[in-house]
Design a protein around this ligand. Structure first.
Ligand code: 4AD
Ligand code: MG
Length: 477
């Protein structure tokens, strides 16, 4: 007897062939119809059980969540909504799921409830769809770079340098927390720690990727990154995955061209390769939108939003232009923004980013040439000495999805920048050497993977697009 996935069965022409399939019971109706799902697709295969052929205990063991193996003949379905069904001859119960205690019942559960059941939530339609799309997106990202001459580079997860100078890092230590060795000043003596220095989980693989780009030409990282910021928002995780391409000889314009082409390619890939999951997620979003007040509802469906990004040019706007638009905007004048925009140089908050994207330009926006003061030390200083060659890509519903820049390739300028920010040269001596030996114009960016998954799946909360989210006060699983 041949083993099939549900996905395979649903695209097989039935002619009473013998098939076997394994999965979890979604529903069991009338002691006769099992809707079986194995995760291969959002769709279930219907298995028809003639209860007279099975003992009572077996029939009793079939309930939502049970793991079963079904063998039978594949025939054209008598019922509506499916092409094939299995007339069950053999039934093996791998594991029962007590209906009294199994939490994932065939009814609507709130996303909040399911977050508490993160080990079981992938058995729901919503989470299985999201996670299949997530997987497809990861594959698409690798495909894009591999087809375009980039090498996949694994940046270290434990790092001795703080790339963003943000200081919001998770310390990695092997010292005894209760009784750490102290130095003469009475501080913890990290010289005695595992690495002989202070180390942290990385916030970004960028600096290491720069080193590799200056030898391999075009590289990308795709790995976990960690931030200990106490941001309890729907767009922040303490552990998230980031894609960071880095390209030698690319200036900011080339960087902007790349990010736009890359995102569009990846979106096209999922539209073509995940139709069933996207159809489901689109309906889910429509249902969710119906519960919101009219004014807050999105004008576009999920697939329309994806198409819209693919079909339109990203609007490229300097910070200074955006600042003027925001300063003169209605919500700013009416003091509707939480952070009002009065002085050039102000950092933009997500309310401003979303105003620009959703209300003003109504398309994805690439903001560039930001004030040097609000951006990281490694970004290339412009002639005006006030702005740097930074770029952020802003998306509807999400805000910032990408942050990147042309890097400062001039040794003296970089040294001055670091001195001004009190970043000791000894800490980044190797980064400075990249400017001493064969330096060149180069650029890169970082795409927050979960924010992309949010955009594609229409999920409102970033906790619902990663298997086991890490957020403040939450690392249960
Ligand atoms: O803008 P960020 O901080 O940029 C960097 O880390 C650069 N080193 C990237 C580079 O140029 N190679 O982060 C990049 C992106 C953001 O635009 C956002 O999408 C995502 O990473 N991101 C987060 N996603 C989830 N949770 C968080 N706490 C995030 N912080 C940033
Ligand atoms: Mg950023």
């Amino acid at each position: 007897m041949q083993l099939f996935s549900v996905k395979e069965l649903l695209s097989t022409t039935p002619n009473s062939q013998e098939v076997t399939v394994r999965g979890w019971v979604k529903t069991f109706r009338s002691n006769r119809f099992i809707a079986l799902n194995d995760g291969s697709t959002i769709n279930n295969v219907q298995c028809v059980v003639d209860f007279e052929n099975f003992d009572e205990n077996t029939i009793k063991s079939i309930s939502t969540g049970a793991a079963v193996e079904v063998s039978g003949t594949l025939v054209e379905s008598q019922g509506r909504g499916q092409s094939v069904e299995i007339q069950v001859n053999e039934l093996k119960i791998h594991g029962m799921a007590d209906p009294e205690t199994y939490p994932i019942q065939p009814k609507k559960h709130s996303l909040e409830f399911l977050r508490e059941k993160a080990h079981l939530r992938v058995r729901t339609n919503t989470f299985s769809a999201v996670m299949r799309v997530r997987s497809a997106l990861a594959f698409a990202i690798h495909s894009y770079f591999q087809q375009n001459g980039f090498y996949y580079m694994h940046a270290p997860i434990i790092t001795g340098s703080d790339a963003e100078g943000a200081g919001e890092m998770f310390r990695v230590t092997a010292l005894d927390a209760k009784n750490p060795p102290l130095n003469d000043e009475g501080d913890v003596d990290y010289k005695k720690d595992f690495f002989g220095k202070e180390t942290n989980l990385t916030v970004s693989g960028q600096l290491e990727a720069e080193a590799y780009a200056m030898g391999l030409g075009k590289v990308y990282t795709f790995g976990p990154t960690f931030r200990a910021e106490n941001s309890n928002t729907s767009r922040h995780l303490a552990e998230f995955w980031m894609i960071e391409p880095e390209m030698a000889f690319y200036d900011l314009d080339a960087n902007m061209d790349l990010v736009e082409d890359f995102i569009k390619w990846v979106l096209r890939y999922v539209l073509e390769n995940c139709p069933d999951d996207l159809t489901f997620l689109e309906q889910r979003l429509l249902d969710e939108e119906k519960t919101k007040p009219q004014a807050e509802r999105s004008e576009m469906s999920l697939s329309e939003k994806l198409r819209f990004v693919i079909d339109n040019n990203f609007k490229r706007v300097t910070y200074t232009e955006a600042f003027e638009i925001l300063r003169n905007s209605k919500p700013n004048k009416k003091r509707k923004f939480e952070y009002s925009i009065d002085e050039w140089g102000a950092d933009l908050q997500s309310e401003h980013e979303r105003f620009l994207v959703e209300k003003h330009f109504k398309c994805p926006v690439i903001l560039f040439d930001y004030p040097a003061k609000i951006k990281a030390f490694y970004m290339r200083l412009n002639e005006d000495e006030e702005t740097v060659r930074a770029m952020d890509v802003l998306f509807p519903g999400i805000g910032e999805i990408v942050g990147g820049s042309q890097r400062e390739e001039r040794l003296e300028v970089l040294q001055q920048k670091m001195a001004a920010l009190d970043i000791p040269e000894e800490e980044l001596w190797w980064y400075l050497e990249l400017r001493r030996f064969g330096t060149a114009v180069h650029s890169g960016f970082g795409l927050g993977f979960e924010r992309l998954v949010q955009f594609v799946t229409g999920m409102g909360n970033i906790r619902d697009v990663i298997p086991f989210p890490r957020t403040p006060q939450n690392a249960e699983f």
